[in-house]
Design a binder for this molecule. Sequence first.
Ligand SMILES: C[S@@+](CC[C@H](N)C(=O)[O-])C[C@H]1O[C@@H](n2cnc3c(N)ncnc32)[C@H](O)[C@@H]1O
Length: 275
Amino acid sequence: MSGPVSDHYNSVDLLSRIERAIGEIGRTPDTVTIEEIAPLEDFHIGGRAATAALLPRLELKEEMRALDIGCGTGGAARYGAHRYRCKVDGIDLTLNFIEAGKTISSWLNLSSRVHLHHRSAMDTGFDEDTFDRAWMFHVGMNIEHKRELFSEVKRVLKPGGYFLIYDIMRGEDDASPLAFPMPWASDPSISFVRGADTYEEHLEAAGFAIDGIEPQRDIAAAFFERIAASKGNPPPAISTATLMGASAAEKSANLLAAWQSGQIMPTAILVRKPA
Ligand SMILES: C[S@@+](CC[C@H](N)C(=O)[O-])C[C@H]1O[C@@H](n2cnc3c(N)ncnc32)[C@H](O)[C@@H]1O
């Protein structure tokens, strides 16, 4: 399942680098907590604060089974399973992320409730009507064929099930070209950042009912204030720089510039599969 998107995210020795990072804060796999490792895992604008603010929209309950699409190493999947005691399946195209994520789940004793799979969002391999809930955080920027993606999500959701998207979408300046590398793409060939109107159109065409479209201005402003203040400094030991690799600083600087110039707006969209 390798290709240009997983090549972009795959990196050498990811797990050893994660182990080194937790060592730098005086922890081991046996002692690190879900909160301590979160800043390395939640690879989206706002990090764990955004995860904690957005997941309640899904009204997750203990008896539910949820799907995290493009879960990365599974930080949000584990947060959901830990906080709501539900079962979560995570799927991701990047083998390194899934392998590291399975190990982290075992460190945190969450392997019985979090199952991570190396699969594509375009063909999840699950039976229809499997999941009560689904979410997808910062993945759509890599996916060109959004209507097909949303049809696949609708297929595996149960009738009445909610699907929450939190993606980087185009902002007020929706025309000027983005500068690369970005955290999700080293060049434009694997970048498909679109406006919320494009998502709305494809979600409706796939048969979803839209419950709400919310630009995440406050979460983004707080996040980018921190990025701007720390510009030029080395990243903290526990941060997504571990996932972004050697060009982490350049990717963060381009992302900050895109926010400051109004090219991007992180946006949440909540939809429902009709009952
Ligand atoms: C920016 S990361 C976000 C990871 C995670 N959702 C989070 O918020 O921490 C984007 C992730 O989407 C995954 N991805 C991109 N396209 C995908 C696809 N077609 N199917 C599954 N995963 C995909 C990448 O491998 C990567 O792990």
